[in-house]
Write a protein that binds this ligand. Sequence first.
Ligand code: ASP
Length: 273
Amino acid sequence: MARPALIVHGGAGSIPENERGDRQAAVERSRDEGWARIGAGALAAVVAAVRRMEDEPLLNAGIGACLNSDGEVELDAGVMEGDGLRVGAAACLRDVRHPIDLAVAVMEDGRHVLLAASGASRFAREHGLEMADPSLFITDRKRQQLLEGADTVGAVARDADGRIAVAVSTGGRTGKLPGRVGDSPIAGAGFYADDRFGGVCGTGQGEAYIRLGLARLMVVELQHGMDPASVAKGAVDHLAKTLRASGGVIVVGREGSPQAAFNTPAMPFAIAE
Ligand code: ASP
Protein backbone atom coordinates (compact mmCIF):
# COMPACT_ATOMS: atom_id res chain seq x y z
CA MET A 1 0.00 0.00 0.00
CA ALA A 2 1.25 3.49 -0.87
CA ARG A 3 0.18 6.77 0.70
CA PRO A 4 -1.96 8.63 -1.87
CA ALA A 5 -0.92 12.17 -2.80
CA LEU A 6 -1.92 14.77 -5.36
CA ILE A 7 -0.34 18.06 -6.41
CA VAL A 8 -1.97 20.49 -8.82
CA HIS A 9 -0.49 23.68 -10.28
CA GLY A 10 -2.03 26.59 -12.18
CA GLY A 11 1.06 27.77 -14.04
CA ALA A 12 4.31 29.60 -13.33
CA GLY A 13 4.40 33.18 -14.51
CA SER A 14 4.24 36.83 -13.63
CA ILE A 15 0.71 36.66 -12.32
CA PRO A 16 -0.88 40.10 -11.76
CA GLU A 17 -1.33 40.81 -8.04
CA ASN A 18 -5.09 41.29 -8.44
CA GLU A 19 -5.48 37.77 -9.92
CA ARG A 20 -3.32 35.79 -7.50
CA GLY A 21 -6.00 35.02 -4.92
CA ASP A 22 -8.56 34.00 -7.52
CA ARG A 23 -6.08 31.80 -9.37
CA GLN A 24 -5.05 30.10 -6.13
CA ALA A 25 -8.73 29.47 -5.33
CA ALA A 26 -9.25 27.99 -8.82
CA VAL A 27 -6.31 25.63 -8.28
CA GLU A 28 -7.65 24.57 -4.88
CA ARG A 29 -11.10 23.83 -6.35
CA SER A 30 -9.41 21.69 -8.99
CA ARG A 31 -7.28 19.92 -6.38
CA ASP A 32 -10.47 19.09 -4.46
CA GLU A 33 -12.12 17.73 -7.59
CA GLY A 34 -9.06 15.59 -8.34
CA TRP A 35 -8.69 14.36 -4.76
CA ALA A 36 -12.35 13.27 -4.74
CA ARG A 37 -11.40 10.81 -7.53
CA ILE A 38 -8.20 9.42 -6.00
CA GLY A 39 -10.05 6.25 -4.96
CA ALA A 40 -10.58 5.54 -8.67
CA GLY A 41 -6.81 5.78 -9.24
CA ALA A 42 -4.05 8.27 -9.99
CA LEU A 43 -5.11 8.75 -13.61
CA ALA A 44 -8.73 9.57 -12.68
CA ALA A 45 -7.50 12.10 -10.10
CA VAL A 46 -5.13 14.03 -12.37
CA VAL A 47 -7.58 14.07 -15.28
CA ALA A 48 -10.42 15.36 -13.05
CA ALA A 49 -8.19 18.14 -11.69
CA VAL A 50 -6.94 19.24 -15.11
CA ARG A 51 -10.38 18.97 -16.70
CA ARG A 52 -11.67 21.36 -14.05
CA MET A 53 -8.81 23.79 -14.70
CA GLU A 54 -9.70 23.79 -18.41
CA ASP A 55 -12.97 25.41 -17.31
CA GLU A 56 -11.38 28.06 -15.09
CA PRO A 57 -11.21 31.26 -17.21
CA LEU A 58 -8.28 32.69 -15.22
CA LEU A 59 -6.03 29.72 -16.00
CA ASN A 60 -4.23 29.20 -19.30
CA ALA A 61 -5.97 26.03 -20.45
CA GLY A 62 -9.25 25.47 -22.26
CA ILE A 63 -11.58 28.42 -21.69
CA GLY A 64 -9.63 31.64 -21.20
CA ALA A 65 -6.35 30.34 -22.67
CA CYS A 66 -3.83 32.74 -24.19
CA LEU A 67 -4.03 33.86 -27.83
CA ASN A 68 -1.55 33.16 -30.62
CA SER A 69 -0.26 35.82 -33.03
CA ASP A 70 -3.43 35.47 -35.12
CA GLY A 71 -5.57 36.12 -32.02
CA GLU A 72 -6.73 32.49 -31.86
CA VAL A 73 -6.60 29.83 -29.16
CA GLU A 74 -4.62 26.66 -29.94
CA LEU A 75 -4.54 24.11 -27.14
CA ASP A 76 -2.12 21.31 -26.20
CA ALA A 77 -2.53 18.53 -23.61
CA GLY A 78 -0.80 15.38 -22.45
CA VAL A 79 -1.25 12.51 -20.04
CA MET A 80 0.99 9.67 -18.85
CA GLU A 81 0.53 6.62 -16.66
CA GLY A 82 3.65 5.41 -14.91
CA ASP A 83 2.34 1.85 -15.08
CA GLY A 84 3.51 0.61 -18.48
CA LEU A 85 4.70 4.09 -19.56
CA ARG A 86 1.45 4.76 -21.41
CA VAL A 87 1.23 8.20 -23.03
CA GLY A 88 -1.43 10.17 -24.91
CA ALA A 89 -1.24 13.76 -26.13
CA ALA A 90 -2.80 16.23 -28.54
CA ALA A 91 -1.58 19.54 -29.97
CA CYS A 92 -2.83 22.59 -31.87
CA LEU A 93 -6.48 21.96 -31.01
CA ARG A 94 -9.04 24.62 -31.84
CA ASP A 95 -12.36 22.90 -31.43
CA VAL A 96 -12.01 20.15 -28.82
CA ARG A 97 -13.90 21.13 -25.69
CA HIS A 98 -11.59 19.30 -23.27
CA PRO A 99 -8.10 18.72 -24.65
CA ILE A 100 -7.26 16.45 -21.70
CA ASP A 101 -10.09 14.09 -22.70
CA LEU A 102 -8.54 13.78 -26.16
CA ALA A 103 -5.11 13.05 -24.65
CA VAL A 104 -6.70 10.22 -22.63
CA ALA A 105 -8.49 8.90 -25.74
CA VAL A 106 -5.20 8.86 -27.69
CA MET A 107 -3.55 6.97 -24.84
CA GLU A 108 -6.37 4.46 -24.58
CA ASP A 109 -6.43 3.93 -28.35
CA GLY A 110 -2.74 3.10 -28.07
CA ARG A 111 -1.67 3.35 -31.72
CA HIS A 112 0.07 6.70 -31.37
CA VAL A 113 1.19 9.00 -28.57
CA LEU A 114 0.56 12.44 -30.11
CA LEU A 115 -2.02 13.73 -32.60
CA ALA A 116 -2.14 17.31 -33.86
CA ALA A 117 -4.41 19.86 -35.54
CA SER A 118 -7.19 18.72 -37.91
CA GLY A 119 -6.34 15.01 -37.61
CA ALA A 120 -6.60 15.29 -33.84
CA SER A 121 -10.01 16.99 -34.16
CA ARG A 122 -11.21 14.25 -36.48
CA PHE A 123 -10.06 11.59 -34.02
CA ALA A 124 -11.90 13.45 -31.23
CA ARG A 125 -15.14 13.55 -33.24
CA GLU A 126 -14.84 9.90 -34.21
CA HIS A 127 -14.41 9.00 -30.54
CA GLY A 128 -17.52 10.93 -29.54
CA LEU A 129 -15.70 13.63 -27.57
CA GLU A 130 -17.39 16.96 -27.00
CA MET A 131 -16.44 19.55 -29.62
CA ALA A 132 -16.67 23.33 -29.29
CA ASP A 133 -16.85 26.41 -31.44
CA PRO A 134 -13.35 28.00 -31.22
CA SER A 135 -14.94 31.23 -29.95
CA LEU A 136 -15.95 29.41 -26.74
CA PHE A 137 -12.35 29.58 -25.51
CA ILE A 138 -12.21 33.37 -25.81
CA THR A 139 -13.82 35.07 -22.83
CA ASP A 140 -11.95 38.37 -22.61
CA ARG A 141 -9.91 38.93 -25.75
CA LYS A 142 -8.02 41.88 -24.37
CA ARG A 143 -6.95 40.11 -21.20
CA GLN A 144 -6.05 36.90 -23.02
CA GLN A 145 -3.89 38.87 -25.48
CA LEU A 146 -1.97 40.43 -22.63
CA LEU A 147 -1.25 37.28 -20.62
CA GLU A 148 2.47 37.46 -19.98
CA GLY A 149 4.27 34.28 -20.92
CA ALA A 150 1.21 32.23 -20.28
CA ASP A 151 1.27 29.33 -17.73
CA THR A 152 0.22 25.75 -18.16
CA VAL A 153 -1.92 23.75 -15.74
CA GLY A 154 -0.94 20.30 -14.52
CA ALA A 155 -1.36 17.61 -11.89
CA VAL A 156 0.63 14.63 -10.63
CA ALA A 157 -0.81 11.93 -8.36
CA ARG A 158 0.15 8.71 -6.58
CA ASP A 159 -2.66 6.37 -5.59
CA ALA A 160 -2.95 3.72 -2.88
CA ASP A 161 -1.60 1.05 -5.26
CA GLY A 162 1.52 3.14 -5.87
CA ARG A 163 0.48 4.02 -9.42
CA ILE A 164 1.63 7.42 -10.61
CA ALA A 165 -0.03 9.57 -13.29
CA VAL A 166 0.44 13.06 -14.69
CA ALA A 167 -1.85 15.28 -16.77
CA VAL A 168 -1.17 18.65 -18.36
CA SER A 169 -3.12 21.14 -20.47
CA THR A 170 -2.24 24.55 -21.90
CA GLY A 171 -2.87 27.33 -24.36
CA GLY A 172 0.91 27.60 -24.75
CA ARG A 173 2.55 31.03 -24.93
CA THR A 174 0.94 34.36 -25.72
CA GLY A 175 1.64 35.52 -29.28
CA LYS A 176 3.07 32.15 -30.36
CA LEU A 177 3.11 31.43 -34.07
CA PRO A 178 0.12 29.44 -35.29
CA GLY A 179 1.12 25.78 -35.36
CA ARG A 180 3.70 26.11 -32.58
CA VAL A 181 3.80 23.11 -30.25
CA GLY A 182 5.27 23.52 -26.76
CA ASP A 183 6.50 21.03 -24.20
CA SER A 184 3.12 20.27 -22.68
CA PRO A 185 2.07 17.55 -25.14
CA ILE A 186 5.61 16.10 -25.35
CA ALA A 187 6.40 13.28 -22.94
CA GLY A 188 9.87 13.67 -21.51
CA ALA A 189 9.81 17.44 -21.99
CA GLY A 190 6.73 18.82 -20.17
CA PHE A 191 5.69 15.71 -18.25
CA TYR A 192 6.78 12.17 -17.42
CA ALA A 193 5.78 9.36 -15.06
CA ASP A 194 7.28 6.01 -14.20
CA ASP A 195 5.77 4.07 -11.30
CA ARG A 196 9.20 2.81 -10.29
CA PHE A 197 10.50 6.33 -9.61
CA GLY A 198 7.85 9.09 -9.70
CA GLY A 199 6.07 11.64 -11.84
CA VAL A 200 6.74 15.25 -12.83
CA CYS A 201 5.09 18.08 -14.71
CA GLY A 202 6.42 21.46 -15.84
CA THR A 203 5.25 24.93 -16.77
CA GLY A 204 7.19 27.78 -18.33
CA GLN A 205 9.11 28.36 -21.54
CA GLY A 206 8.25 25.21 -23.44
CA GLU A 207 11.10 25.47 -25.91
CA ALA A 208 13.56 25.26 -23.00
CA TYR A 209 11.84 22.19 -21.53
CA ILE A 210 12.04 20.49 -24.92
CA ARG A 211 15.69 21.39 -25.46
CA LEU A 212 16.65 20.07 -22.02
CA GLY A 213 14.37 17.02 -22.10
CA LEU A 214 13.65 18.26 -18.61
CA ALA A 215 10.82 16.02 -17.42
CA ARG A 216 12.67 12.83 -18.34
CA LEU A 217 15.85 14.18 -16.79
CA MET A 218 14.01 14.78 -13.53
CA VAL A 219 12.69 11.22 -13.43
CA VAL A 220 16.21 9.91 -14.08
CA GLU A 221 17.35 11.90 -11.04
CA LEU A 222 14.59 10.30 -8.96
CA GLN A 223 15.76 6.93 -10.29
CA HIS A 224 19.26 7.71 -9.05
CA GLY A 225 17.93 8.36 -5.56
CA MET A 226 17.74 12.15 -5.48
CA ASP A 227 14.91 13.33 -3.22
CA PRO A 228 11.90 15.00 -4.91
CA ALA A 229 12.52 18.44 -3.33
CA SER A 230 16.10 18.55 -4.67
CA VAL A 231 14.92 17.32 -8.08
CA ALA A 232 12.34 20.13 -8.25
CA LYS A 233 14.78 22.83 -7.16
CA GLY A 234 17.53 21.47 -9.42
CA ALA A 235 15.21 21.53 -12.44
CA VAL A 236 14.38 25.23 -12.16
CA ASP A 237 18.03 26.05 -11.49
CA HIS A 238 18.97 24.08 -14.59
CA LEU A 239 16.39 26.02 -16.65
CA ALA A 240 17.77 29.32 -15.45
CA LYS A 241 21.48 28.52 -15.60
CA THR A 242 21.59 26.59 -18.84
CA LEU A 243 19.08 28.45 -20.99
CA ARG A 244 18.20 31.57 -18.94
CA ALA A 245 14.63 30.27 -18.95
CA SER A 246 11.94 30.53 -16.33
CA GLY A 247 9.27 28.17 -15.15
CA GLY A 248 8.09 25.82 -12.46
CA VAL A 249 7.76 22.11 -11.78
CA ILE A 250 5.82 19.73 -9.54
CA VAL A 251 7.12 16.33 -8.47
CA VAL A 252 5.67 13.23 -6.80
CA GLY A 253 8.08 10.49 -5.77
CA ARG A 254 7.29 6.88 -4.87
CA GLU A 255 6.87 8.00 -1.28
CA GLY A 256 6.79 11.21 0.72
CA SER A 257 5.09 14.52 0.09
CA PRO A 258 4.67 16.19 -3.33
CA GLN A 259 7.11 19.01 -4.06
CA ALA A 260 7.01 22.19 -6.15
CA ALA A 261 9.62 24.75 -7.23
CA PHE A 262 9.56 27.78 -9.53
CA ASN A 263 11.77 30.72 -10.50
CA THR A 264 8.93 32.99 -11.65
CA PRO A 265 7.19 35.56 -9.42
CA ALA A 266 4.37 33.10 -8.68
CA MET A 267 3.01 29.61 -9.30
CA PRO A 268 -0.27 28.75 -7.58
CA PHE A 269 -0.29 25.11 -6.45
CA ALA A 270 -2.22 22.93 -4.02
CA ILE A 271 -1.51 19.58 -2.39
CA ALA A 272 -3.69 16.83 -0.93
CA GLU A 273 -2.31 13.80 0.94
N1 ASP B 1 4.97 25.37 -21.10
C1 ASP B 1 3.91 25.97 -21.86
C2 ASP B 1 4.31 26.06 -23.30
O1 ASP B 1 5.43 26.43 -23.58
C3 ASP B 1 3.48 27.31 -21.40
C4 ASP B 1 3.66 27.64 -19.95
O2 ASP B 1 3.62 26.77 -19.10
O3 ASP B 1 3.81 28.82 -19.62
O4 ASP B 1 3.49 25.81 -24.13
